[in-house]
Design a protein around this ligand. Sequence first.
Ligand SMILES: Nc1nc2c(c(=O)[nH]1)N[C@H]1C(S)=C(S)[C@@H](COP(=O)(O)OP(=O)(O)OC[C@H]3O[C@@H](n4cnc5c(=O)[nH]c(N)nc54)[C@H](O)[C@@H]3O)O[C@H]1N2
Ligand SMILES: Nc1nc2c(c(=O)[nH]1)N[C@H]1C(S)=C(S)[C@@H](COP(=O)(O)OP(=O)(O)OC[C@H]3O[C@@H](n4cnc5c(=O)[nH]c(N)nc54)[C@H](O)[C@@H]3O)O[C@H]1N2
Ligand code: SF4
Ligand SMILES: [Mo]
Length: 650
Amino acid sequence: MEIIKTVCARDCPDTCFIDVTVDQGRIIKSKGCPDHPVTRGFLCPRGNADLKRTYSENRVLFPSLRNRRGTFEKIGWDKALTRAADKIRLAIDKYGNDALLLYDYAGNQGFLSWHLPRRLWMALGASITDYSLCSSSGHTGIGLHYGSSYSLGLEELLRSKVIVFWGNNAKVSAPHQWALADKSRKNHGAVIVCIDPRKSATAQASDIWIQTAPGSDVALSYGIAAYLIKNNGVDKTFLERWSTGFDDYAQEALKWPIDRVRDVTRVPEETIENFGNILIQHTGAAAFMIGLGLQKSSYGAQAARAVSLLPALLGQHRGFHYSDGKGRQIDWDYINGKHQASDIKRKTVSQVSIGKRLKNGEFKFIFVLGSNPAATLPEVSSVREGLAREDVFVVVHDTHWSETAVLADLVLPAPTYLEKRDIVISDHYPYSRMSEKAIDPLGESRHEIQVMQDLAGKLKRTETWLFEDPWHALGVALDRTFKKGHVKDLLDGAQLEVKLAAAEQYQTSSGKIEFWSTAAADLGYHPLPVQEACRLLNNEYILLNNAVSKYTHSQFVDVYGPIQEIVWISPSDAAKHAIQDGEHIEIFNELGCVCLSAKITDKVPEGVLWVPRPLTGLNGQPLNCLTPGTTQQIGGGPVFNSIKVKLRKE
Ligand SMILES: Nc1nc2c(c(=O)[nH]1)N[C@H]1C(S)=C(S)[C@@H](COP(=O)(O)OP(=O)(O)OC[C@H]3O[C@@H](n4cnc5c(=O)[nH]c(N)nc54)[C@H](O)[C@@H]3O)O[C@H]1N2
Ligand SMILES: Nc1nc2c(c(=O)[nH]1)N[C@H]1C(S)=C(S)[C@@H](COP(=O)(O)OP(=O)(O)OC[C@H]3O[C@@H](n4cnc5c(=O)[nH]c(N)nc54)[C@H](O)[C@@H]3O)O[C@H]1N2
Ligand code: SF4
Ligand SMILES: [Mo]
């Protein structure tokens, strides 16, 4: 028996260190590393179930090619890659480089599994996406005022007196972040506040739940700011030294007296006052945890920028946390090959709104890596139609038979993170160690790097950077990433600490926190955060949706069964439609219709529905057939929490 030290590579903020017990080449146990200051010995239900998912019957174990009858046939790697190379050449010859699309995402966050494999596609001049599906609007929004969106180190939570989870369901989505907050509460009585329209698991476990109307967070932020200003709760010395534009901001905030805020947010006046008083009482010791859910709505970037400014009023440098990815010193363009292929023109398309392009057959060869677009993209019916087109050749490299894999022409088996060596650097914590291989790749699965190099060989590419030793490449790109030490130390088993960017450095044109954002003005946006109206027609509902504990996006259905096909509806809305608990109802809009079982609960307010994502309805339709491919004005992000639907009894 052996204990292998690895790191969870899932698209999750916690990046746990995992100790895996292997007996005779088989994983028998995995456990959260007890010494890691954040993992602290426990894993989430996905981490605990990775063992089962690794050995699940749904694994892709050998290359499989779709035949004329539409079923898959096992083929050898050599034939598979020859076929892929032929199709690439054909697409380029007939339609040009742009007709190739690399559709890659964060199924595995490792450098070797995700980023380095991009090099081949850079050399080919393939089209790529802008990665706008998850966090880009929040990054852009916060960046307008701070220059960059990196934030307080998460271990600051252990010193914080007020911890505000704002549009953030950390108890489910980042359980180790939640555990730090909870520890702070137990150790020194930190107050945990959750701001969410629905009673999420986090809201339930917090000391204070502030229930807002969806999309009203800018108003709430201004209301709090106005309360702080009127009650001598702002740190004027800090603001003078470290910010610009406060007077303009204050003028706007004061247009939001508490009764106006109440009308827009539906938050009672005394709740706003109480929250304001708590912040004043603990001035300088608040942590605003800005959720990804907060910024995935029509004006989500506005909400993120508004919330991010509150800690500055309290005299704190970057007293928020979003994601610290932008504060890492990593030479991404060296890793992914953009640097080496800088003279090659390529098309970058919106990931959020790619559905229509796929449907229209804009790309003739698509390589999907580490993502399941046929489940997770907006306008998913168009995505599915596009992937199934006769004139489009789709290759999927995945560990499992995903919804996308079953639509592909060629499916290639990938090893899970437990079956390969890699490095994952967290966007949230500074600790890093090698993600060691626990077991040999199952079946004929082949590492992403190997596949790309083999494919490059088939295409007779000769660029040396396509064949660079991956550890050498990471050594170059991560040369300045760690406080002390290098990639070679990680390879030797060392644990390194990532260098964090200085909190009091602001990459704005003034070098200060800009309440009145000059960058926003330059881009044609309002320099201050703007509360936009969220209008519904009669009988329309806002459909909120987000992750539940057992699943990482579309993954783990093979372990835990389907995501519950339920929809939360408020008692008054249920009564309006004479819906009984457990009754099947259809939620629909102009894009699609999903059938679900009604769960009547006061956890959602009137006019709001909630479903776990990304479920498949009782009628076989995926949740995202309801999601428009609309992009946000700021940052181009998605609008998953602004889906408008109607409902009817089945
Ligand atoms: N178990 C599990 N964990 C995950 C993932 C997973 O798939 N499964 N995915 C990971 C990824 S990639 C991401 S992006 C994160 C996302 O995780 P979070 O950052 O926690 O974001 P969400 O879960 O999308 O939404 C959080 C909350 O925002 C609320 N919300 C929606 N609209 C509004 C609004 O207008 N105002 C306010 N104040 N709140 C609103 C929702 O009701 C929800 O409870 O989770 C990560 N962690
Ligand atoms: N309705 C709705 N939809 C959403 C969201 C929402 O809030 N609401 N949120 C969006 C967000 S925030 C995100 S981040 C996206 C996520 O969307 P996706 O990136 O599509 O997420 P997954 O479904 O987890 O797909 C990851 C795929 O990678 C595969 N994989 C895992 N490990 C490896 C590996 O080592 N190698 C290879 N080659 N493949 C691997 C998995 O088997 C899986 O098929 O979903 C978005 N979709
Ligand atoms: S999915 Fe997240 S919380 Fe779960 S084990 Fe992996 S890193 Fe940890
Ligand atoms: Mo995400």
